[in-house]
Design a protein around this ligand. Structure first.
Ligand code: PEP
Ligand code: MN
Length: 337
């Protein structure tokens, strides 16, 4: 439910209403705006009806949020939210570019790719330390050692870092080493993990599950926001379809849907979205054109030797070329790199 206060409402009116929402056992959300304050109430709306806020002298109107997701919805928050990863804003007028290898494979290897990605124009680094692999015999990531490498190299280059968290037990370790959590496609509906991340303080990049609808993704984000952490960024990374020519089908219409239905920023991952190196750059351009707030791209200093996702990883010079040729698409979408 959204409670819109009159422009004349005082801070004390907002406080009183927030307290009464909390006393009724719902979660209050305080959203002070330039012209007026909006208050959200999350939870069982039947309990709110009994409070009759519509007749409160400081209240202009009370609106029901019809969508099943509440804090995530644009109804709750009509303007775009900008979520910062380190000092890099995601959302708003800029277009954010994050690059790096699928996995942190070692200190020298990661430093080499990271330096190339930084020189190529990336705003931040990606690299998995905990890798959820289809086969138990595939490289599973360096774990804590990978986190330390990611942190050290990110600091040396002055770039914020993103890494995947795969279980609740690792949340604290990831939070103390990286600037943003990534929730992978395979964990999008790991509700215990989402709840734990809702209580964490770093931003969360929430990737779409490979068999998840856009509404499933919005509901997954609601788990995080309803626990307190408002800093969620969606990531469209392709879904499973009958198409065999690509690893996944990159659903760019999901970007438009997410933008229409939610105030949260949206990234596109054209690497997992196609699985084919040659298709990554054109789909990155398409992501900028359809209104995404940035991209997450896999790059490797020697893709043929990569321990995971080599076939979709760009060579460093291809990444530099991508960023250079991305500029006109970003400008056409009314943004800047
Ligand atoms: C990744 O980013 O390397 C990854 C495993 O992505 P996804 O969860 O989208 O498959
Ligand atoms: Mn990968």
């Amino acid at each position: 439910m959204i409670i819109v206060l009159k422009p004349s409402a005082a801070e004390s009116d907002a406080r009183e209403i927030l307290d009464r929402i909390a006393e009724a056992g719902l979660k209050p959300l305080h959203m002070p705006g330039v012209e007026r304050t909006v208050i959200g109430a999350l939870g069982d709306e039947r309990r709110l009806g009994a409070l009759h806020f519509e007749s409160h002298p400081a209240v202009e109107r009370v609106d029901e949020i019809l969508a099943p997701y509440k804090a995530v919805s644009r109804e709750m928050h009509p303007t775009d939210t900008v979520v910062s990863i380190g000092k890099v804003p995601v959302g708003g007028e800029g277009f954010a570019v994050f690059g790096g290898p699928c996995a942190v494979e070692g200190r020298d290897a990661f430093a080499m790719t990271a330096r190339a990605v930084a020189d190529g124009g990336a705003h931040g680094l990606r690299g998995g330390a905990f890798k959820p692999r289809t086969s138990p015999y595939s490289f599973q990531g360096l774990g804590l050692e990978g986190l330390e490498i990611l942190r050290d190299v990110g600091r040396e280059l002055g770039l914020p870092t993103i890494t995947e968290v795969v279980e609740v037990a690792d949340v604290d370790a990831v939070e103390s080493h990286a600037d943003a959590f990534q929730v992978g496609a395979r964990n999008m509906q790991n509700f215990r993990l989402l709840t734990a991340l809702g209580q964490a303080s770093r931003p969360v990049i929430l990737k779409r599950g490979m068999a998840a609808s856009v509404e499933d993704l919005l509901m997954a984000a609601e788990y995080i926001l309803s626990e307190g952490n408002q800093n969620v960024i969606f990531c469209e990374r392709g879904i499973r379809t009958f198409e065999k020519g690509t690893r996944n089908t990159l659903d760019l219409s999901a970007v438009c849907q997410l933008k229409a239905k939610s105030h949260l920023p949206v990234l596109v991952d054209p690497s997992h979205g196609t699985g084919v190196r040659a298709y990554v750059t054109p789909m990155a351009f398409a992501a900028a054109a359809c209104g995404a707030d940035g991209i997450l791209v896999e790059v490797h200093h020697d893709p043929k030797r990569a321990l995971s996702d080599g076939a979709q990883s760009l060579f460093p010079e291809q990444f530099t070329d991508l960023v250079t040729r991305l500029r006109p698409f970003v400008a056409a979408a009314g943004r800047h790199l």
